[in-house]
Design a protein around this ligand. Structure first.
Ligand code: NAD
Length: 248
């Protein structure tokens, strides 16, 4: 029996990268895990790994920036399990460019995929969580949302927006025993970051006090803690997982 036994968790964008590691860590701790990704990606593969760890779950292909698809996803989970205890709003992407060259579509897309998706998913799980008087919502922000990153006006705005939303919602639902927190990873080796040029990678590492990139597991342990019973008095918090890159 793990500390999350019988808790039902949804992890968006868990076909690969950080979301994949989070799904597996929650499963290791006993949670039932609903994996999700866009079509063509790997929610099914992640679910197989969840099952191999001895947990149950569902794999749901859905674009979580689309309201109707989010509604179907949440309905399917409620129909099968009757509750949702943990929501990890992890799905996200990048369309980097200097502002002068950034097309308006890339601004809209990043705000929709990174920020609106979390608003839609959180809104959809709130009533079920309120009915059970229990919930853990964890939003995947970024150091870029705290410090800003050149070439990422869209991404930084979406990740800063997640922090504002985290704090506002935390205040709205604290009395219902629902906590809402954010995790702000630094530079983590995933497909999202693998194409950065080597000189930029070297400069980035030189600025990290711990002198290394983070791993997806580093982030997954922080999320699993915020999802736990033990984190029940922590809400509206932004937990940096960045090797000391941003200190306060
Ligand atoms: P990734 O690209 O490896 O994985 C993201 C997953 O989300 C992909 O499988 C993708 O298909 C899925 N996804 C994208 N849009 C979706 C949608 N609309 N609906 C459902 N699924 C969708 O990226 P990652 O590095 O694992 O990043 C995960 C999260 O962590 C993102 O929100 C990202 O912004 C954030 N983050 C990453 C880093 C990093 O250094 N890798 C740093 C800070 C924050």
């Amino acid at each position: 029996m793990g500390e999350l036994t019988d808790r039902v968790a949804i992890v968006t964008g868990s076909g690969q990268g950080i979301g994949h590691a989070v799904a597996l860590e929650l499963a290791r701790r006993g949670a039932i895990v609903v994996t999700n990704d866009l079509s063509g990606c790997c929610a099914d593969d992640t679910l197989e790994e969840v099952r191999a760890l001895g947990s149950d779950g569902l794999a749901i292909t859905a674009d979580v920036s689309d309201a109707a698809q989010v509604e179907s996803l949440v309905d399917a989970v409620l129909e099968k399990y009757g509750r949702i205890d943990i929501l990890v709003n992890n799905a996200g992407t990048t369309r980097d460019n200097l502002m002068v060259r950034m097309p308006e579509e890339d601004w809209d897309l990043i705000l929709r995929v990174n920020l609106k998706s979390a608003w839609l998913c959180s809104k959809a799980v709130l009533r079920p969580m309120m009915r059970k008087r229990y919930g853990r919502i964890i939003n995947m922000s970024s150091v870029s949302g705290i410090a800003g990153q050149a070439g990422q006006t869209n991404y930084s705005a979406s990740k800063a927006g997640l922090i504002g939303m985290t704090k506002a919602l935390a205040r709205e639902v604290a009395s219902r025993n629902i906590t809402v927190n954010a995790v702000a990873p630094g530079f983590i080796k995933t497909k999202l970051t693998e194409n950065l040029p080597q000189d930029i990678l070297d400069t980035l590492v030189a600025n990290i006090p711990m002198g290394r990139w983070g791993t997806v597991e580093d982030v997954s342990y922080a999320v699993a803690f915020l999802a736990s019973e033990q984190a029940g008095y922590i809400t509206g918090h932004v937990l940096s997982v960045d090797g000391g890159l941003i200190m306060g």
